[in-house]
Every structure is written in structure tokens, then in C-alpha cells.
Ligand binder design. Structure first.
Ligand code: UDP
Ligand code: MN
Length: 281
């Protein structure tokens, strides 16, 4: 008996993973991702940046995308990269569009498990807000009407079903995402929330297993770390604390692994080369 393709379980190969980065973070952040979780999801991961880089190119091949967007942290540059990511997802025959930043660890196994609880043909927007209230702004196409909507923080990662991504076409494809960003004058992740919650009236499903460095990562219990979908780090001083990292004190020392991502990777996958000689098997 053969099952119609749309009814079979979601696997890693059904997911498109976009990673946003910028030239100055290629060595500082991307190499670490390549050495850890990206190595387990090479076929579905696409890296969106703003310059050519031979080192990354040799590891990623045509999965490294030079967006030609400007390399700044300005709204326009960030929206430009998200627009390229979204357009590329639509060209691929994948069920889910997932995005992470270059300071996110993505637990691909938990990601697949979570996505299996939803249908890619439904309208599904999964992620985690970083503020405890809806975003409030003004819609420049509607006479500066005040609008409220929830949005998933890009820095925690989020996923959008193919069904929903197709409905977003009028507001997000082929350059229209940039106009939507200008319409509310907010960054890319807020604009996705605006399009999905406000224009399409689809609600964000809040997933607590996504984490950005806007929350205190030390509060996640060590035994719960393997069940999180995304994690992050903040190494620059923030609110009086030196750094914001997950509480995992084993495997590598803090000087060998300041972000704790290598240690986490070895906790999850003790048999990969990176971990040999460092972890009891
Ligand atoms: N980023 C970018 N261009 C920049 C600065 C940052 O594309 O000029 C990307 C960066 O690679 C990361 C995301 O935007 O994926 C968020 O940047 P960062 O973590 O530095 O700042 P945050 O917003 O998290 O404080
Ligand atoms: Mn960040």
C-alpha cells in the first residue's frame, strides 16, 4: 500500500533552513556552526550573507548565497536578506521554511519532532516572541492606523509552513517583502509577524523550545538542554552580566568553547569527530 507523499511523516529532508549572517561574522560565528549542527543538515541549510568568502564557499558550495544586500544592521539590509531567503524557499520543493541567526544552535532532531506535530499544508507560524506583549506600530498603507501583532524573534529561530508561505506571496515575494518592511518601518522578523498575523490573520503558535539571547539562557536546566530546538549566546556585556550562555560546564573549557555550542553538540552527539577524546562514550 503506498501512502500519498503529503501524508508521510516530515523528515529532515523536507525542511529548508536559512541562516542569516554577514561578512564580519563568517570566522567569528559561522565556522562554529559549520563544525557543529550544520554538519548534520548540510543538504537543507542555506547561508545568506553579503560577501563572497572562499573558506565558506569551499565548505558550502552553492548553499552559500551572496545576497548582494548591504552589510549593515539596518532594517533595509536585514529585510533584503530575509526577502532572498523567502524567495529561495519558494523555489525549493520543501514543506517547511525555518530560519535561524548565525548565533543560534539548531537541534535538528528536535526540530523535526516538533514539525511532525503540524501539517505543512495548514497555515502554521511557529516561534517565540522576545517581548511579553504584541508589537504595536502604524500601518503606512492604511492611513497610519495603529496595528498590533505578535511576531517570532528571528534570533530565536522560527518556522513557516509551505501552505502559509504560499499565502504570503502577495506581500513577500519578488521585492514585495521590502515594501512590507517599509510599510511598518520595522525589521524583518517584525514584518513577518505583521504579514502573517495582521494581513493574513494567522496566529503565531508560541513554542517555548526556541531560545534567543534576549532571555537568560542559564535558567534552562541541563537535563532540558537536549530537548530545546534552538539555543543562542550573547558574549558582549548585557544588563550588567558579562555574558549570556547556557549552563553547561562540561566537555570543553570556557576558553576552548566560549559559546558552549561545541559542548552542547558533544552532549547530543558524543560520537562525532569533534568530540573524540573530549567526552566519555
Ligand atoms: N547581521 C547582519 N548584518 C549586520 C549585523 C548582523 O546580517 O550588519 C545578522 C547577524 O549575522 C545575525 C543577525 O543579523 O544573524 C542578528 O545580529 P546580531 O546577533 O549581531 O544582533 P542581535 O540583533 O541579535 O542583537
Ligand atoms: Mn544575536
Amino acid at each position: 500500500v503506498s501512502v500519498p507523499d503529503r501524508l508521510r511523516k516530515t523528515e529532515l529532508r523536507d525542511i529548508f533552513i536559512g541562516v542569516k549572517t554577514t561578512e564580519k561574522y563568517h570566522r567569528q560565528r559561522m565556522d562554529l556552526l559549520m563544525d557543529t549542527w550544520v554538519s548534520l543538515a548540510k543538504d537543507q541549510t542555506f547561508v545568506f550573507t553579503d560577501s563572497d568568502d572562499q573558506q565558506l564557499r569551499s565548505r558550502l558550495g552553492d548553499h552559500l548565497i551572496n545576497t548582494n544586500c548591504s552589510s549593515s544592521h539596518m532594517r533595509q539590509a536585514l529585510c533584503c536578506k530575509m526577502a532572498v531567503e523567502y524567495d529561495m524557499f519558494l523555489q525549493q520543493d520543501k514543506r517547511w521554511f525555518c530560519h535561524v541567526d548565525d548565533d543560534n544552535y539548531l537541534n535538528v532532531h528536535e526540530l523535526v519532532k516538533m514539525l511532525n506535530q503540524y501539517k505543512h499544508t495548514d497555515d502554521v507560524y511557529l516561534g517565540r516572541p522576545s517581548i511579553n506583549h504584541p508589537m504595536e506600530t502604524y500601518d503606512r498603507h492604511e492611513n497610519m492606523q495603529k496595528v498590533n501583532f505578535w511576531f517570532a524573534t528571528g534570533g530565536a529561530g522560527f518556522c513557516i509552513s509551505k501552505g502559509l508561505a504560499l499565502k504570503m506571496i502577495p506581500y513577500a515575494s519578488g521585492g514585495k517583502f521590502m515594501s512590507s518592511c517599509e510599510r511598518i518601518r520595522l525589521p524583518d522578523d517584525c514584518t513577518l509577524g505583521f504579514i502573517i498575523e495582521r494581513l493574513l490573520r494567522v496566529k503565531l503558535v508560541q513554542i517555548q523550545q526556541f531560545h534567543s539571547h534576549l532571555e537568560w539562557l542559564k535558567f534552562i536546566k541541563k537535563e532540558e538542554l537536549p530537548h530545546q530546538i534552538s539555543l543562542s549566546y550573547g558574549l558582549t556585556p548585557y544588563r550588567g552580566s558579562a555574558r549570556n550562555i547556557i549552563g553547561l560546564d562540561e566537555v570543553f573549557s570556557e576558553s576552548d568553547d566560549p559559546t558552549r555550542f561545541k559542548s552542547l553538540h558533544c552532549l547530543l552527539y558524543p560520537y562525532v569527530d569533534l568530540c573524540s577524546g573530549h567526552v566519555k562514550r
